[in-house]
Design a protein around this ligand. Structure first.
Ligand code: KG4
Ligand code: ZN
Length: 341
């Protein structure tokens, strides 16, 4: 069975072809970074227009690379939410129209379920059940995953998502949007012990909070500025490293507590912040310490991509019947999902 995956929930157009038994046959990703950089963040209307311009040519490229045509597809999976409504509608309407014309199912996929299941595309895929740390631009959650569609959120952020904190602090340091990866690069050359930043809620429960940390960074930066508001390069790197250490430290403590309270022995990292090298190293160390096995998708499968949507769609193929429908839900809590059977 061959499923085309279409991701258009935010600022990246992702298309991939997943084939059961063969894995990812071809994939393409188009980033809109250049488009939004001048505005310091995603401009929804520009995002939608860019998805419209890129999507069909990308589908053609992916099919050509896999040496297939539209007629060879068995289903089209698309991100139905959560995300920007205009962007979702582009992927949903194009996917559903194509599926209608081809007389194949269109499968609406929950974006976060895509992230959660991305690890299954790797050679060493985890078995269920596992604990997932889902850290993206819009979400930070600890999820007890018993199977596809069997998700229990056991901890989440009370304010900013981890990725959002990375992006906001990057902005404070004058780094261009999207700041997360650039802040991580800057942190590589900095001293993580230079500034003692808070680790909010670190020793308490499974919920997270990052907005106080962001404020502490803001105050730290202001106290280090020179007479003309300038910030020395070494200070910027040290702030970046100290901030990253605070986030990594907190997330690691939360994962440790979640593993202990659930008794789960597998930990899966999902979402864009999962690409962060310091976080991956710290969670590997945690795994060694507590005897848990840690699974990471490769960085390109942590950030938004079409392959995870194709795969999640494939998992839900049996639950989809009837004519293709355009589903677009900007808000869609993950624990509303039910198993596909
Ligand atoms: O999962 P994702 O690609 O999109 C959402 O669904 O939100 O996550 C994007 C987030 C952004 O906040 C980005 O800055 C962050 O992930 N991110 C990183 C890294 N790569 C991406 N944060 C820290 N270190 C990274 N290497
Ligand atoms: Zn995402």
């Amino acid at each position: 069975m061959r499923v085309l995956g279409v991701e258009t929930s935010c600022d990246e157009t992702g298309v991939a072809l997943y084939e059961a038994g063969a894995g990812i046959r071809a994939e393409r990703l188009a980033s809109q970074i250049d488009l939004h950089a001048a505005y310091g963040g995603v401009v929804p209307e520009l995002a939608s227009r860019d998805h419209i311009a890129k999507l069909l040519p990308m589908i053609e490229t992916v099919l050509a690379e896999a040496k297939l045509t539209l007629r060879d597809l068995d289903a089209i999976a698309y991100t139905a939410g959560p995300g920007l409504i205009g962007a979702l509608l582009v992927g949903g309407s194009l996917s559903s129209s194509l599926a209608y014309a081809l007389k194949i199912p269109a499968i609406p996929v929950h974006h976060l379920e895509g992230h959660l299941l991305a690890c299954m595309l790797e050679e060493s895929a985890p078995e269920f059940p596992f604990l997932a740390l889902l850290v993206s631009g819009g979400h930070s959650q600890l999820i007890d995953v018993a199977g596809v569609g069997r998700y229990r959120i056991i901890g989440e952020t009370l304010d900013d998502a981890a990725g959002e904190a990375f992006d906001k602090v990057a902005r404070l340091l004058g780094l261009p949007y999207p700041g997360g990866p650039q802040l991580a690069a800057l942190a590589e050359g900095g001293d993580p012990r230079r500034f003692a930043l808070p680790r909010p809620l670190k020793n308490q429960g499974l919920d997270m909070s990052f907005s106080g940390l962001k404020t502490a960074v803001h105050l730290t930066i202001d106290s280090c500025r020179g007479a003309h508001g300038e910030l020395a390069d070494a200070v910027r790197a040290d702030v970046a490293a100290s901030f990253q250490a605070a986030v990594v430290d907190t997330l690691t403590a939360k994962c440790r507590r979640a593993l202990e309270t659930t008794g789960l022995t597998r930990l899966v990292i999902a979402g864009g912040v999962g690409a962060n090298r310091a976080l991956r190293a710290s969670l590997s160390e945690l795994g060694r310490l507590v005897g848990a096995r840690v699974y990471y998708p490769r960085p390109a499968l942590c950030t938004d991509n079409g392959a995870m949507i194709a795969y999640a769609g494939w998992c839900r193929r049996a639950a989809v019947t009837g004519a293709p429908r355009i589903v677009a839900k900007p808000r869609w809590p993950l624990d509303e999902l039910t198993p596909p059977e």
